[in-house]
Design a protein around this ligand. Structure first.
Ligand code: BEZ
Length: 251
C-alpha cells in the first residue's frame, strides 16, 4: 500500500478526527512514555505529546513519517514495521488508531506491543472490526468480477477481527483485556460528488493495481453508482465503518 500523505490530510482527515474520542480512553498523564503505533501524519501523536510530553510515533510509510516530522518537528517519529519494532526504553502505553487492520499477521504486532511495554502497561486500540466496510467490499468484489478482474481475497489486504478472535489472541499473548467493543460508525466522506471514488483511490489501491487506468475509472465509478442507495444519504456519502475498540494491559 502506497500512502499519499497530502490526499490523506486533505480528504481523509476524518481518520484522525475520530481518533480524538479514543484519546479520551488513553488519558495520557504528564511524564508517561507513549507510543502511537501507525501514527500516519502524526496529528494524534501531537495531541498525546501535548499531554504526556514524551510521545513517539511510528509508521511503516516513509511518506507519512516525513509529513509528520515536517508538521511536528519537536516529536520523535520513525519509519518502523509494526511486526518488528523494538525500542530500548519500554512504553507506559501504546495507542493505535485506524492502523492495525493493515498489518499482518496480528500475532506478531501483539507480541511486539507486549515486548515494548512496561509491566502493567496499557494498550488502547481502535481499528476496523468484523463486518467493516462490508457494503463497499461486496460491491467492489462484484464489480471487479464483472469486469474480469477477480480480486485477491480481502483477508490478504485487511484484518477485521471479531471481539472473540482478537481478545483470544491478546489473552494468549500475555494481555488482560478490560474492555472490548464492536460498533457501527457510518463515516461521512469529504466529497459530495466523489466520496466513494476518493475512498477507493486512497484505500483500495491493492485491488486496482495493474488494471488499466480507464478500466479503473469505469470500475470505481460503477462501484460508487451501485452503492448510492445504501451509502448516499441527504446529499452526503458515508463509508460503512465498524470499529473494534480494545483496552488491555500487559500481565
Ligand atoms: C478503516 O479505517 O476501517 C479502513 C480504512 C481503509 C481501508 C480499510 C479500512
Amino acid at each position: 500500500m502506497k500512502w499519499q500523505a497530502t490526499l490523506y490530510k486533505d480528504k481523509h482527515n476524518f481518520v484522525y478526527d475520530y481518533g480524538t474520542g479514543l484519546l479520551e480512553l488513553l488519558r495520557p498523564k504528564p511524564g508517561e512514555h507513549i507510543l502511537d503505533l501507525g501514527c500516519g501524519t502524526g496529528h494524534l501523536t501531537k495531541t498525546i505529546h501535548e499531554q504526556c510530553g514524551n510521545a513517539v510515533g511510528i509508521d511503516s510509510s516513509a511518506a507519512m513519517i516525513q509529513s509528520a516530522k515536517e508538521s511536528f518537528p519537536g516529536i520523535a517519529f520513525y519509519v518502523q514495521d509494526a511486526t518488528k519494532f523494538q525500542f530500548n526504553t519500554p512504553f507506559d502505553a501504546i495507542f493505535s488508531n485506524a492502523a492495525l487492520h493493515w498489518i499482518h499477521p496480528p500475532e506478531k504486532v501483539i507480541r511486539r506491543m507486549h515486548n515494548n511495554l512496561v509491566n502493567g502497561g496499557r494498550i488502547i486500540l481502535e481499528f476496523g472490526g468484523k463486518g467493516n466496510i462490508a457494503s463497499i467490499t461486496n460491491q467492489l468484489t462484484t464489480t471487479l468480477n464483472d469486469y474480469g478482474y477477480p480480486p485477491k481475497p480481502l483477508k490478504e489486504v485487511w484484518y477485521f477481527p471479531s471481539i472473540s478472535e482478537y481478545t483470544t489472541l491478546l489473552e494468549s499473548n500475555g494481555f488482560e483485556v478490560s474492555m472490548a467493543q464492536l460498533f457501527d460508525r457510518p463515516t461521512e466522506l469529504a466529497s459530495e460528488t466523489s466520496g466513494i471514488l476518493d475512498w477507493l483511490t486512497m484505500f483500495a489501491n491493492d485491488f486496482l493495481v495493474g488494471i488499466p487506468k480507464e478500466q479503473v475509472t469505469a470500475i470505481t465509478t460503477t462501484v460508487q453508482q451501485k452503492l448510492k442507495p445504501q451509502l448516499f444519504r441527504e446529499g452526503k456519502w458515508y463509508a460503512d465503518y465498524r470499529r473494534i475498540r480494545i483496552i488491555a494491559r500487559k500481565i
